[in-house]
Write a protein that binds this ligand. Structure first.
Ligand code: NAD
Ligand code: MG
Length: 396
């Protein structure tokens, strides 16, 4: 029986995780649920899953939840940063699903890593910001890190055990691997007339052809910044060297990524586009459990197609690959800028193509200083956000 904390329980990954747990009640117990401010959703989750602790980051939300929870359920409601750290590091906890969206997930996710927990990593932004520090912390504590992001989970499944057990420090070439092929659908605007991109609305950007996800990652998929963040995520997880990592557009989202070996073999992981598959894989690794996902029907799939990414259409992808080659300071700045730009786009303050402009301005202008500690990372993130907010006015 694994005792679980679910960070980001009220989100899309949170829901998929709870669905897989419900299908396997003898193997996993929901110890704690963590969310930002959605009281109604958290209340429903508490009634359905009966955790010992429900943590709301927003203090008022915690009070409202407490007032509505039936006392007989005996669920402890907490709030506050120290309480959250105490929760993820508690001795009773075996496994932490890290599925808070954005930089807000960094501190609790890193705390779980440092406490040596089994960490299922969906929150790619945490790794994009803290890369080297995150991997070092994993090695120092002996935490088990398992990638939830469907592409990284696919890559993980296609890798030999010697690489799987040494994430972040593995030597791909020594294991006969020539390339990691990171696939991406190209999102809702893959074939939109370029001149129409500027007018695309949040609703259009959030309408992904294959996946159902939270709003931030949906917009990131439309700009392909998501693939850019995943490029950086893959760089850290699989310790890729220059030219070992390639992005391949594959609009059907049936292949979730591939590993190419020296002898000409390519191993791909396939399945229906449903996050319950990678989540179930991470929960049960190295065993396999039922996820509730329909088996892939090849006769319905029909054709699989592939093409190269067009950096003119997807400037955010080019920026992320560039930032990745510059280093961790650059990726932290880009991630912060992107969170501000996407939020502004979702609120109707800037246009779709302005997202890349804000990101580019921040990446080229925010001074990058060394970040030996988590405090330095958080300070650079804050500085980049200030600069990005100043840019918004130019594009409003
Ligand atoms: P979502 O918007 O649906 O849910 C976000 C969750 O984070 C919510 O529970 C919310 O309460 C919580 N949250 C937001 N701000 C917070 C804060 N300041 N402090 C604490 N909690 C906060 O997002 P999602 O689509 O579930 O994505 C979550 C993460 O997983 C993201 O990093 C995303 O990139 C990654 N991911 C998602 C998918 C997917 O299919 N949805 C796939 C791969 C990776
Ligand atoms: Mg992904």
């Amino acid at each position: 029986m694994q005792n679980m904390v679910i960070l980001g329980a009220t989100g899309s990954i949170g829901a998929s995780t709870l669905s897989v747990i419900s299908a396997n009640p003898t193997a996993y117990r929901v110890y704690a649920l963590v969310a930002n401010a959605s009281v109604d959703k958290m209340l429903a989750l508490c009634l359905a899953h009966r955790p010992q602790v429900a943590h709301m980051v927003d203090h008022k939300a915690a009070l409202a939840l407490k007032a509505q929870l039936p006392a007989a359920l005996n669920i402890q409601v907490t709030s506050g940063e120290d309480e959250l750290i105490a929760l993820v590091t508690a001795p009773a906890v075996d496994t932490v699903m890290a599925a808070i969206v954005g930089a807000a997930g960094l501190v609790p996710t890193l705390a779980a890593v440092k406490a040596g927990k089994r960490v299922l990593l969906a929150n790619k932004e945490a790794l994009v910001m803290s890369g080297e520090l995150f991997i070092e912390a994993t090695k120092a504590s002996g935490a088990t890190l398992l990638p939830v992001d469907s592409e990284h989970n696919a890559i993980f499944q296609c890798l030999p055990e010697e690489v799987q057990s040494n994430l972040g420090r593995c030597d791909l070439a020594a294991s006969g691997i020539s390339h990691i092929l990171l696939t991406g659908s190209g999102g809702p605007f893959l074939t939109t007339e370029l001149s129409n991109l500027a007018a695309m609305t949040p609703a259009q950007a959030c309408k992904h052809p294959n996946w159902s996800m939270g709003p931030k990652i949906s917009v990131d998929s439309a700009t392909m910044m998501n693939k850019g963040l995943e490029f950086i995520e893959a760089r850290w997880l699989f310790n890729t060297q220059k030219d070992q990592l390639k992005v391949v557009i594959h609009p059907q989202s049936v292949i979730h990524s591939m590993v190419q070996y020296r002898d000409g073999s390519v191993i791909a992981q396939m399945g229906n586009p449903d996050m319950r598959t990678p989540i179930a894989h991470c929960l049960s690794y190295p065993q396999r459990i039922r996820s509730g996902v329909e088996p892939l029907d090849f006769f319905k799939v029909g054709q699989l197609s592939f093409c190269e990414p067009d950096f003119n259409r997807f400037p955010c992808l080019a920026l992320a690959i560039e930032a990745c080659s510059q280093g961790q300071e650059a990726t932290t700045v880009l991630n912060a800028a992107n969170e501000i730009a996407v939020e502004a786009f979702l609120q109707g303050q800037i246009g779709f193509t302005h997202i890349a402009k804000v990101n580019e301005a921040c990446l080229s202008s925010v001074p990058k200083r060394a970040m030996p500690s988590i405090d330095d990372i958080i300070a650079l993130d804050a500085q980049a956000r200030i600069y990005a907010r100043e840019q918004l006015a130019k594009f409003a």
